[in-house]
Design a protein around this ligand. Sequence first.
Ligand code: PMV
Length: 293
Amino acid sequence: MARGAVGPGRGFGRGKVILLGEHAVVYGQPALAAGLGIGVTVRAEPADVDSLAIPAWGVAEPITAAVTAIKQALEIAAPFRLEGDARVPSRAGLGSSAALAVATTRALAEAIGRALTDVEIERTADRAERVFHENPSGVDVALATRGGFGLFRRGVGLEPIVAPPLRLAVGLSAEPRSTAAMVAGVRAIADRTPVQRAIAALGELATAGRDALADPAALGPLFDEAHRLLQILEVSTPALDELVVSARAAGALGAKLTGAGGGGAVIAVGNEEEVVAAWHAAGFEAFVTEVGA
Ligand code: PMV
């Protein structure tokens, strides 16, 4: 494509689950995370005016602000019509905003004929993530860009981990929540000693989880302990606790909230089909998925 010319572009960004270490990762602790098989695909078409449509989500104002941030980072002045095919639920702690940011970055870069490295994609998508909360650790965009499994540390990036795909049950609390509000809530209590201890312990669990990835019986108890620590951070809710308790009653080896909390999703390992059946019976939306593939 001639320099300055624009054409159509298409890009994909993956959803993610944080297996261990959410919130602690904002404070420099490691987080263990995995890419989902599902995510967001964005198509970009040159147009007369900028527009964005994501039928599966509806479109909220912060999303358009995020697209503007990406366009500025890529120095794109030309208007585009963007269409998103979202297969990951929004605002559920499954990395939907990062998936959209990475997909949009890839689509717009292709539309202007610019090849970006993974590091450049992450840096650009991070500008959009800052629209959603001012202090993102970067774990979401790293997984949205690269997938697989990884141990992420702020300022260091993603250390990829080779492990077989992991089956998880994912249950949705159906409570909408804001990552920004949850991160701010933890910051407000971060000077309390029990909270500081919980943050350090969550980081240790993430490191321990790396060696337990291939062994659900070892991973399960780490999930249980992480959920207890996240309760100390005050990011769980009655619905998330109910999902965790009913997963264990249905035979899960361990269960925890994933992502920012305050609503969103719970993940459980072991007896996944039974766990999902129990969640459905209790009226929650839920599915089994493989992560890290
Ligand atoms: O709920 P999500 O998908 O927005 O994940 C947020 C993860 C946090 O650790 C709470 C924040 C961050 O920037 O890492």
